[in-house]
Design a protein around this ligand. Structure first.
Ligand SMILES: *Cc1c(COP(=O)(O)O)cnc(C)c1O
Length: 409
């Protein structure tokens, strides 16, 4: 056993130059130890040892690269970071304990008291709370703008604006924001555009190529894809990620090696899963549109969706989440949901299993009635995260919901 040698190595990225997302999802960032194992190893260790006191000193001084402590670097977590960076076409990624920790780390690294943020109205509910409550508590103010109305963003800009934050397509109505136009607006104002790319994943949308500065993810959703772990990641250029890494090192909302390993396994099937989600969701959306008891279907893959053309240009698929309104109100929506048998009633999304939820009383339950109205979260709205089960079986189960409403009159 030698002391001063690295006992593991990452397969060189240059070997994968020019390869497609399908390949990068399986191969990028791959880690191998001297045992030459085929599946990535889990480095279940909090700290690392040195060959000598001099080497320890060199590592701490930053003169020699290498691991010190798993709050800031761990080889399994680095393997996950390397793979996500490759998929998003970025220089660097920093993994976090959750999607919210990724958003928090981005804010803490790039905002300070006195700064102003413009946030899309169509963001994850907890993101809204983070800005409105916690960022506000540290003197960062936030204005909100419609994801589809460029003018609202333009007129919200102040000399203090340092960040524009959005999610596209939005949850649950699938509004699509124009990343290129908003990046341009942000840069003219000397602000950063941060995009939460959770719903599309890099398989369907690569915001950095469209001009975004930073991408954040909840890895909890599609990146894992099988509902096993909570995690997140921040992706972007070195010059912006160095401070995110610095915050993570100092504050510590770190991803565990076990979770990183689980996400690595999830990423291997991400491209084929995303294609299956997209195919099933599109077919389901068209089928739901034909049903008597359904009022309106919201899915950017439908030609009558207001941002269908933009979605086609900006994304390579329309994603796996759709929503629809049933004729009636909350009672009818709940009756529809309760009639399903196979589909899981849960607010989680991005899973290979189809899930169904009533946004007005779950994910968006904390909004005031006025905010719900403005966000289009009506009592008869149902969201489905379409899984990869056979489409005929998904239809069959939702058919039970349709039948429950048809017999109500
Ligand atoms: C779930 C989610 C988050 C938060 O991620 P966690 O991993 O639950 O912290 C952020 N953004 C979007 C779009 C989400 O769906």
């Amino acid at each position: 056993m030698t002391h001063c040698r690295e006992e593991h190595s990452f397969i060189p990225e240059s070997d994968l130059d020019g390869m497609s997302v399908d390949t990068l999802a399986v191969r990028a960032g791959q880690l191998r130890t001297a045992q030459l194992e085929h599946s990535d190893p889990i480095f279940a260790t909090s700290s690392f040892v040195y060959g000598s006191a001099a080497q320890a000193a060199a590592r701490f001084a930053g003169d020699e690269p290498g691991n010190i402590y798993s709050r800031f670097t761990n080889p399994t977590v680095q393997a996950f970071e390397g793979r996500i960076a490759a998929l998003e076409g970025a220089e660097r990624a920093v993994a976090t304990a959750s999607g919210m920790a990724a958003i928090l780390a981005t804010c803490m690294a790039h905002l300070q008291s006195g700064d102003h943020v413009i946030c899309s109205r169509g963001v994850f509910g907890t993101t809204n709370v983070l800005f409105q409550k916690y960022m506000a508590g540290f003197g960062v103010t936030t204005s909100f703008a419609s994801p589809t109305e460029l003018d609202e963003w333009r007129s919200a800009i102040t000399p203090q604006t340092r960040m524009l934050f959005l999610e596209t397509p939005t949850n649950p109505l699938g509004d699509v924001a124009d990343i290129e136009a908003l990046a341009d607006l942000a840069h003219r104002a000397d602000a950063l555009l941060v995009v939460d790319n959770c719903f599309c994943t890099p398989v369907l949308q690569r915001p950095l190529e469209l001009g975004a500065d930073i991408v954040v993810h909840s890895a909890t959703k599609y990146l894992d894809g099988q509902g096993r772990c909570v995690g997140g990641v921040v992706v972007g250029p070195d010059r912006l990620l160095e401070e995110v890494f610095g915050f993570m090192r100092s504050a510590g909302p770190t991803m565990s090696p076990f979770n990183a390993w689980t996400f690595l396994k999830g990423l291997e099937t991400l491209p084929i899963r995303m294609r299956a989600h997209c195919d099933n969701a599109l077919e389901l959306a068209k089928w739901l549109q034909q049903q008597e008891v359904i009022d309106q279907v919201y899915y950017s893959g439908l030609p009558d969706h207001p941002q269908h053309e933009l979605a086609k240009r900006q994304q390579s698929g329309f994603g796996g989440v759709l929503s629809f309104t049933v004729k009636g109100g909350r009672e009818q929506a709940w009756a529809f949901i309760d009639a399903t048998r196979m589909i899981s009633i849960t607010a989680n999304l991005g899973d290979v299993k189809t899930t169904i939820t009533h946004p007005a009383t779950t994910t968006h339950g904390r909004l005031s009635p006025e905010d719900k109205l403005q966000a289009g979260i009506s009592d008869n709205l149902i969201r489905v995260s379409v899984g990869i089960e056979a489409i005929d079986d998904i239809k069959y189960d939702l058919g039970r919901g349709l039948a429950a409403l048809a017999t109500q009159d």
